[in-house]
Write a protein that binds this ligand. Structure first.
Ligand code: ZN
Length: 480
């Protein structure tokens, strides 16, 4: 017992001494060793978007418990309050070459909800599938900007509810009174042309149509087609494309298909158009031949041998090979020469006749006088000998036949665009049997009018024919 007590005493003394040293050390540490002391400082702060950020360096002093001197911080780091995010700023305190660094996290946050705006009178309208229409809804957010695309709408009871959330999770909700209603027909559009022209026994390729509906979306696959096209029988066919939406609203559109006969057949209705082109061939004649070929239309070319026709012999040959009538206009197209005497006229006519024969191998005897048989310009050159009266008789005596025109496209004066040329021709057509149309294939805009004229002709019961020696005579009255 005695021995044990002695050991305990020694341990106790040791502990007391250690404790004493510790207390002295702590006293010295807390009260006598100088150091930085920081208070009123937050290591993490949160500020709203666009608010002004102010550094807050707390209260810092340097010294012992008995005497502590205030120390100002040097601040560094930036906070952009126009952008959401986490920023770090630093406060550096210095006192007699001793430094003390504190870090502060600044969170810039968005707490403002987006704003939803609906323009349209209540009750708003919506489809059976709850898709709303007839109003405009937009959402704007202070930070994300336009959030219209992110609006989610739903129908609850008699309300249309719009909800949107910004990138920071702030939500907005708006309710409007609404009713279910769909009385708007789908919209249906033809693919391809509204008027389709196909030669007899040609192939009709169905181009179909497309349809969309405000409520049902794409309804193209629901389209039904009524009508058939029989390309073995000439005539006009109608194809009616119909579509019905989920609320029984209907829409339809019609295509006209014209199956036309070759020019070689007489018109069933007896209405014939003779397209004639003077003064070529030219740089535009190939394009014209392509159009005529597309519709299997045969026309008549009153050709010349003027400067601008040089180099187009192959085009003239092509026109002949494709079944068009190559007729004679004038070699020189020089009024002063050709109308100076009967001999001069026939010299010139023989020259163009020889040229045509050289190129096509066939002798042409169909003629058109420059200026037409009714021209009065010839009076300027014929020394009062009534040259047109003589020539109109002479050409027939020599086995020629001349043709004037009864439809003037005015492409040689007045009409300056394809549209004007086409409407001048179309507006001149009626229910007569014979229309001889005057155009010039040296004018590109006149060539560009031909397809419209042909389409109109085909769709209005006309047949296109080339002039032949026995074609109906269209002759002006002679004025000289
Ligand atoms: Zn001419």
């Amino acid at each position: 017992m005695e021995k044990k007590l002695q050991i305990d005493k020694r341990v106790l003394v040791g502990l007391l001494i250690t404790l004493g040293i510790l207390v002295i050390f702590l006293l010295v540490y807390f009260f006598f060793i100088p150091r930085f002391r920081l208070s009123n400082f937050s290591s993490k702060v949160t500020i709203p978007l666009e608010a002004e950020f102010a550094f807050n360096d707390g209260d810092v002093c340097y010294g012992t418990f008995f005497h502590c001197e205030k120390v100002e911080a040097t601040r560094s780091g930036e906070v952009d309050t126009s952008k959401l995010g986490s920023y770090t700023v630093f406060y550096n305190y210095e006192y007699e070459s001793k430094t003390f660094l504190k870090e502060q996290i600044v969170e810039v946050v968005d707490t403002e909800s987006p704003v939803i705006l609906v323009s349209g009178d209540e009750p708003l309208t919506y489809c059976a599938n709850h898709k709303g229409y007839g109003y405009e809804v937009t959402a704007q957010d202070n930070y994300d900007g336009d959030l219209t695309e992110k609006i989610i709408s739903s129908v609850v009871g008699d309300q249309l509810i719009f909800e949107v959330e910004d990138s920071s999770g702030n939500k907005a909700t708006l309710s409007k009174r609404a009713i279910l209603k769909d009385d708007i027909a789908p919209s249906i559009t033809l693919n391809g042309e509204e008027n389709v022209f196909i030669p007899l026994n040609g192939t009709y390729v169905e181009a179909n149509a497309s349809a969309t509906d405000m409520c049902d979306g794409d309804l193209t696959t629901n389209i039904t087609v009524e009508g058939v096209v029989d390309t073995s029988v000439a005539g006009e066919y109608q194809l009616v494309y119909k579509v019905v939406d989920s609320n029984q609203n209907e829409a339809s559109v019609t295509r006209h298909v014209y199956v036309y006969e070759s020019s070689d057949y007489p018109s069933l209705e007896g209405k014939n158009i003779y397209l004639t082109f003077d003064d070529g061939p030219s740089a535009y004649t190939s394009k014209l031949l392509d159009i005529l070929k597309k519709y299997n239309v045969k026309a008549t070319f009153f050709v010349t041998d003027q400067g601008l026709t040089k180099g187009y012999d192959d085009v003239l040959k092509r026109a002949y090979d494709e079944g068009h009538t190559i007729a004679l206009h004038s070699s020189s197209h020089n009024y002063g020469y050709i109308y100076s005497s009967v001999n001069a006229y026939f010299d010139d006519l023989s020259a163009i006749q020889a040229k045509v024969e050289r190129i096509t191998g066939a002798k042409s005897t169909i003629v058109r006088f420059p200026g037409g048989s009714s021209n009065t310009i010839s009076k300027n050159y014929d020394a009062g000998c009534h040259i047109m009266s003589k020539l109109t008789k002479a050409v027939q005596a020599k086995g020629f036949r001349y043709f004037d025109w009864n439809v003037d496209s005015k492409d040689a004066g007045g009409a300056k665009t394809a549209g004007e040329v086409a409407s001048n021709v179309i507006n001149s057509l009626g229910n007569q049997h014979t229309y001889v149309v005057l155009q010039h294939d040296i004018k590109e805009y006149s060539v560009d009018a031909v397809e419209t004229i042909i389409q109109f002709g085909i769709s209005h019961g006309y047949t296109f024919q080339p002039l032949k020696m026995d074609s109906p005579r269209v002759e002006h009255s002679v004025n000289n």
